[in-house]
Design a protein around this ligand. Structure first.
Ligand code: ADP
Ligand code: ZN
Length: 441
């Protein structure tokens, strides 16, 4: 077990498997009871021929139908409420990455539970009262801002609610107020390195940064290593989704062997996305969550479309909450080209592993003379761009070869100068699919 265990809720974090299952069953029954108060869920149960009182085991949840973004997207999101509107104190919405944003309502109790859950995550990463926490995520409807804000205050850290963007100001704030912990979108963390360079500030030497929480979008181990190395800090992967309150649903412990899903708050199923049957423990599948503590708007068997695998066995940190791998992507991130299924993270893995690659890349899919064409635009590091053409050619050839081995086809590689690609402060758009029949599945 690690030396500074850093348990925020030891009474829940250290439950053994049997205790977790017992608590989950009790909380699932309470959740179903709450749901039975809402006309929507009463009908949902009736249509499924499901009597909530008949649930006697966790497996019984499999008798219920699934929900997903499409379920939530219809009219009037208040129909999912299991309390009166007067009991709701806040709403949030998803980012709208894949279409119309979904809306989630919270009671005061829900905000309290969520804040505690995220405080647990941050404490596990080593955040303490003495820290200065600069939250570089968008404040507002997006859950990344307020989610960690409340948690850091609960721990007693000083929060700088910087919000997203304003890169130079971010760096000034870090220096002026001795920021030690940041919460940042991974693609933006890479981009910000360019701004550090421009300003002549070395994040490793000229700041007090020691912890980064990276979340909200898929990223590779290679990206994490780059961030850790360049900033001189420890980076932790934070997974969540607004439909399950927001960030903090799963988080890495210092062992960094997967992300612990907080199973006292969520029931996790890992299912084959085609058959919707459970996959074997350790195998990859789609994450499906049932909220166990949400009062205002519980969601049952919510399909995330996020793909990950579970870890087998217990973690050396002492927590028995199940662990998931880094998210490979959403099933809808996958594109098919020349009959091959490709995830953007496969491309990122190769690019960020190559020395000389800069901070941004984009995959562009087109139809040229009725054929699919894949181009990968890769920003190269400044020194290389201004160096010898021979070195650029060498880098292009290396990327081409490694990509061919990874994805089995040979895309066109275009090396571009630093800053060439559009940079967003929110989730990066890695794939531009301009094909006549986009997403040919
Ligand atoms: P949207 O679903 O519209 O993007 P959210 O802001 O609720 O809105 O984002 C949640 C989604 O973001 C997750 O379902 C997942 O696809 C992605 N995500 C969040 N955190 C991570 C992470 N650490 N790694 C990979 N993907 C993540
Ligand atoms: Zn652990």
């Amino acid at each position: 077990m690690q030396q500074d265990a850093g348990y925020w809720n030891p009474e829940f974090e250290l439950l053994d498997r049997a205790e977790i299952a017992g608590l989950q069953l009790q909380r699932l029954k309470e959740t179903l009871e709450r749901c039975s108060r809402s006309p929507f869920y009463r009908e949902w149960f009736r249509n499924a021929g499901f009597d909530p009182a008949s649930l006697t085991s966790l497996d019984d949840i499999r008798r219920l139908p699934f929900m997903d973004k499409a379920t939530l997207r219809g009219d009037d999101p208040t129909r999912f409420l299991t309390v009166g509107l007067e009991d709701i104190v806040r709403m949030h919405s998803s980012s709208g990455t894949t279409g119309q944003a979904t809306v989630i309502f919270h009671t005061a109790g829900d905000i309290n539970t969520w804040s505690n859950m995220v405080a647990r995550c941050m404490y596990m990463a080593g955040v303490r009262r003495s820290d200065v926490f600069q939250n570089m995520m968008g404040y507002g409807l997006f859950t990344g801002g307020l989610g960690l804000h409340y948690a850091a205050e609960r721990i007693g850290a000083m929060v700088i609610p910087a919000g997203s963007g304003n890169s130079k100001r971010q760096i000034q704030l870090m220096q002026e107020f001795n920021t030690t912990v940041i919460h940042i979108i991974p693609s933006y963390a890479l981009y910000l390195l360019e701004v550090f360079k421009e300003m002549g500030v070395d994040p490793k030497k000229d700041t007090q940064l020691r912890i980064a929480v990276l979340g909200a979008e898929p990223h590779t181990e290679g990206l994490r290593s780059r961030v850790q190395e360049a900033y001189g800090l420890k980076a932790f992967n934070c997974y969540g989704l607004s439909e399950m309150s927001g960030p903090g649903v799963a988080f890495e412990c210092p062992e960094k062997q997967g992300l612990h899903v907080w199973e006292d708050y969520y029931l996790l199923e890992v299912l084959d996305p085609a058959s919707l049957e459970p996959v074997e423990e350790g195998k990859e599948g789609e994450l499906v969550f049932t909220s166990l503590c949400r009062e205002g708007m519980p969601l049952l068997r919510y399909r995330t479309h996020d793909l990950a695998s579970t870890y087998i066995g217990d973690c050396a940190c002492g927590r028995c909450h199940r662990r998931i791998s880094r998210i490979k992507g959403r099933s809808d991130d996958m594109f098919i080209i020349k009959g091959v299924n490709i995830f953007p993270m496969q491309v990122e893995k190769i690019l960020l592993g190559a020395l000389g690659v800069g901070s941004n890349y984009q995959i562009i899919l087109d139809t040229i003379e009725s054929k699919d064409e894949m181009r990968v635009l890769v920003e190269v590091a400044g020194e290389l761009w201004h160096g010898e053409v021979r070195e650029l050619n060498r880098l292009r050839a290396r990327i081409a070869e490694e990509l061919r081995q990874e994805i089995l086809i040979s895309p066109i590689i275009e090396l571009v100068e630093p800053g060439f690609l559009p940079q967003t402060e929110s989730k990066a758009v890695r794939v531009m699919d301009n094909r006549d029949q986009a997403r040919g599945d």
